[in-house]
Every structure is written in structure tokens, then in C-alpha cells.
Ligand binder design. Sequence first.
Ligand code: ADP
Length: 267
Amino acid sequence: MERYLAQPGKKVSLNDWDPNDKSEFKGNKDKAAERLLELNNELEELQELLYAEGKHKVLIVLQGMDTSGKDGVIRRVFEGVNPQGVRVASFKVPTPEELAHDYMWRIHKQTPGKGEIVIFNRSHYEDVLVVRVHNLVPENTWKKRYDQIRAFEQLLAEEGTLVLKFFLHIDLAEQKERLQARLDEPHKHWKFNSGDLKERARWPDYMAAYEDAISKTSTKFAPWYIVPSNRKWYRDIVIASILVERLKALKMQYPAAEAGLENIVIE
Ligand code: ADP
């Protein structure tokens, strides 16, 4: 899965990344469901170990265009994981109170504590994405943010947080289909937001903003993965596999048992 890593220091051109790619999984969709179930189980165990050990913190950042599947990933990749061990923080249009502070204020508060996994559904990256595309702050303000974000993520990493960032890469045609489904299927009407069409019209600007954000902030301590996301099943397998790999690499251990447990007799 390391092929989906955006190499630190290398300029990303999203045209070189195929959103339809499914080359790392040889089976069909049914086999994929089986594989995801195995990965769900592994994640469940790793989460328990993370909590029991109480040493590491895990931050997962999900970014992508509307309909790219951020909610689907949260639902399906974390299926089976103890809800007490995982928290989701969603970042919407900032409130007046949030806007009165620096952009990292609302973000830092939500970062994980020891033994905890936090999933960011959107993140501080909105402050170099939507904010840049819509000129919500002057260019010389958002341009400084790449360095600030790198420094912030380095701080988190040095203080014991595993930071993993995923860009859910779909193309314009796939987004069209998914938006159309929201119009066609009554039970999906609630998801349709005509504002999404305005953002869709700015697709090239968003891709340029994503390319810069990923190129400038994919680091060894907080890497970006560019996940082919036109196929939902493949997207889920890629993300779950990377999480399992990276959590295993922490080489976590259950804490030592109390001495003398073998002699205890429960009456
Ligand atoms: P979802 O994340 O499911 O799409 P919404 O439809 O409520 O949820 O969208 C959240 C909106 O908030 C997005 O359009 C996003 O760009 C916007 N947003 C998030 N963070 C910021 C920010 N810092 N500044 C401006 N808009 C933001």
C-alpha cells in the first residue's frame, strides 16, 4: 500500500494518480468484503491494545471533495471497533467564536489523548483548501499556513501522536454520478446540498489547492496517502490496510499483569 504514499518533498500532480486504480487487490467485490471484515477485526484488536497500553495517540485526517466518501470510510473501516476508543471530530464552517481565534484553535482541542483514536472528518486543511479557493483570507495569510501546519503536526508527532492523512481521490465523472444518485433516490435527498454544485464548478481550483497542500505537508511524521476512491470497496481496503500496517508497526504491548495472578482463586 506504500504506493499510495505521497513521497515527502515531491510535487504531487493528481493527474498522475488514477482514482480507478485497484491494482493492490486481486479479488472481486465479494472477496473485498471478506478482506475488509478481516481488517475490521484486526483494527478492533489493535484499538484495544492501543487503549490498554495507553502510550500512543492516533490522529486520522480524512479529506476529499464532496461525495468522496469521508462518512463511508468512518462507517465501514471502523465497523466493529469499540466506540469508546474512537472519536470523530467533524469540522464545518467555523462559528463566530472559532473565527475569532486562530484557525488551529478548534483543531488542537480535538486531537487525541493517550490510547485514543480520533478521526478528523475535514480538518485544518480546509484552511488551505476552501479558504484558498474562495479567498476567505488574503493569499499571504494562507500561504504561511503550510509551514504552520507542518510545525503543528511535527509537534503532535514528537509528543507521541501517529498522524496519518488520507485524500479520497475521486474524479469529476464519479462525483456527477454520486450527486445524481442523491437527486434520484428519495432516501438520499437529505444529503443533497445545492451548494455542492458551486464547489463542483471550482473543481480545477480545488485540485490545485489539494496538490499544493499534499506536496507541501506530506512528511515522514505526518504522511499523506492518495487513495483511489472511485470504487468504495477498494478505498476502504486501502485505508484499513494502511491503518493496520501502521498500528502494527508501533509494536504495542499489553501492560504487564499484576504479580501472582496464577495463585488467585475466586471463591
Ligand atoms: P460535510 O463535511 O458532510 O460535507 P457540510 O455539508 O456541513 O458537511 O460541509 C461542511 C462545510 O464546511 C464544507 O463546505 C467545508 O468546506 C466547510 N468548512 C470546513 N472548514 C472550513 C473553514 N475553516 N472555513 C470555511 N469553510 C469551512
